[in-house]
Write a protein that binds this ligand. Sequence first.
Ligand code: TIU
Length: 220
Amino acid sequence: MALARAAPYEFEFEPARCALVIIDMQRDFVEPGGFGAALGNDVSLLQRTIAPIRTVLEAARQRDLLVIHTREGHRADLADLPPAKHRRGRLDLKIGDPGPMGRLLVRGERGHDIIDTLAPLPGEPVIDKPGKGAFHATDLAAILSSRDIGQLVVCGVTTEVCVSTTVREANDRGYDCLVLDDCVGSYFPEFHAAALAMISAQGGIFGWVGSSQAFIEALG
Ligand code: TIU
């Protein structure tokens, strides 16, 4: 057993039953000209997460933790895109429309893929998800179950959207989640802070929040 400093109290974990889950570090959210920018956001606010995620990713690979990557996006024919999600925002550039990195949030397009710095290695599962949560309409639960994973260490973007939705889904499915505060980011600093506070409040109502440094120290 390993112990990582965290809030509301130390996160106790067994590395062999623990997975690193990196949420949606796609060009579409992190780079200019993608879906995040089409929503009206300043994507540069997310870029501070890249270096610490890379460090955690290397530590996890060294310790043979299961590493799982997720990507939000849709089929090229948009058949899995709910009309409500398509309409939402009254945007000039919508999901499926062409942008400088290809069609926005469409699988197989350059913008949909994970940034080079955090590119998955062969053998690391990539979960393509049509929603915000990584469990909804995916095989994530089956993959975690087949590897006997009980705990998730969560990184990625954005803190209050896809990270929080996934942590809440995981919590209801019986997983312990540790969210690394320097490895998650939002276009809205105040939402980032509130989302993290909501996770660890009330005795860890959804899970734990700690730093990447504390987690890496605990991994040894
Ligand atoms: N808009 C926003 O903050 N996020 C998303 O739409 N997706 C993810 O968080 N990945």
